[in-house]
Design a protein around this ligand. Structure first.
Ligand code: ASP
Length: 321
């Protein structure tokens, strides 16, 4: 279902025009560079003028079946800064979904009103299913434990800006690698770039086999660790994640692992001087507040980058980049 929508012959916006964004697998290195270039332009635009009328007359439906603060509001901010309008459905319990409407019917309804649908759903593959039914583009804003492609793009954009490159790095991913969709997408996006992965988690929350296999098949390397101190001195990126309480079927398991990692200034004392600490947020204790003062703490800048990246994606998908 990826790239199944009609595409104009002139191939504007590097092939993103009128396309679904479902997985980072769609993003070739050239396309990633293109998105970063447009994101830089969006940053300049926002800094100089605050907004523009690029997407005037366009409407985005924001359909969220799971809680969200950053993804939902940054998509809305992105659309509004480009002069577009938003239909926010952040609380599906007040919509016809609570009457038992299927995802297929909900997206076919919303595309009668909107030009693009941003969808967050609790099931893996929901965005692909929605894309199957919709003729307007669907943007996957997180499908259960599956993927979160726009987050991975903003993460990679942050790495590029903070470190000047996204190749030839040692990237530590820490916490809930099993249920954390952001690390699934980011790992895939960083494949074939000479990245060495250090996966740090309790055994219960290991990176899924499918993704470990993808790393190996790409010819990249990873190692697995339980203790962050084993890798802290060599990583260029420490990507910290929240233990995803909502995915556990047995809360006793959650209780056992929830506080397993806390990144403190003492931990970071062992890290390189030039490295970044990232987190998709929200954090629930895995990074101490004192770390926020450290110049290597990039998670608030990372969040800001999300608006520019999503502005770039919306402009491209709607044919105006
Ligand atoms: N906000 C991110 C997500 O939606 C990370 C998280 O919830 O922990 O996946």
């Amino acid at each position: 279902m990826v790239n199944s929508k009609p595409r104009p012959a002139d191939n504007v916006t590097n092939g993103l025009y009128n396309q679904d964004i479902l997985t980072v697998r769609q993003f070739t290195p050239e396309l990633v560079d293109y998105v970063f270039g447009v994101a830089d332009e969006m940053r300049t635009l926002v800094e100089r003028f605050g907004s523009a009328d690029l997407l005037q007359g366009k409407i985005m439906a924001n359909l969220f079946y799971e809680p969200s603060t950053r993804t939902s509001s940054s998509f809305m901010a992105a659309m509004q800064r480009l002069g577009g309008q938003v239909i926010p459905i952040n609380s599906v319990k007040y919509s016809s979904v609570s009457k038992g409407e299927s995802l297929a019917d909900t997206v076919r309804t919303l595309e009668c009103y909107a030009d693009v649908i941003v969808l967050r759903h609790y099931e893996v593959g929901a965005a692909a299913e929605a894309a199957h039914w919709a003729s307007k583009p669907i943007i996957n804003a997180g499908d259960g434990v599956g993927e979160h492609p726009t987050q991975a793009l903003l993460d990679a954009y942050t790495i590029q800006r903070e470190l000047g490159r996204m190749e030839n790095l040692t990237v530590g991913m820490l916490g809930d690698l099993r249920f954390g969709r952001t690390v699934h997408s980011l790992t895939r996006l960083l494949l074939n770039r000479d990245v060495t992965f250090r996966f740090v988690s309790p055994r219960l929350l290991r990176m899924p086999e499918e993704i470990r296999d993808e790393v190996t098949n790409a010819g990249d390397t990873f190692t697995e660790h339980r203790d962050v101190m084993e890798i802290i001195d060599e990583v260029d990126v420490l990507y910290v994640t929240r233990v995803q309480k909502e995915r556990f079927t047995d809360l006793a398991d959650y209780e056992r692992v929830k506080d397993i990692y806390v990144i403190t200034p003492e931990v970071l004392a062992n890290a390189k001087e030039k490295m970044v600490v990232m987190h998709p947020l929200p954090r629930v204790g895995e990074i101490a507040y004192e770390v926020d003062q450290d110049p290597r703490a990039a998670y608030f800048r990372q969040m800001q980058n999300g608006v520019f990246t999503r502005m770039a994606l919306l402009a491209a998908v709607l044919g105006r980049a």
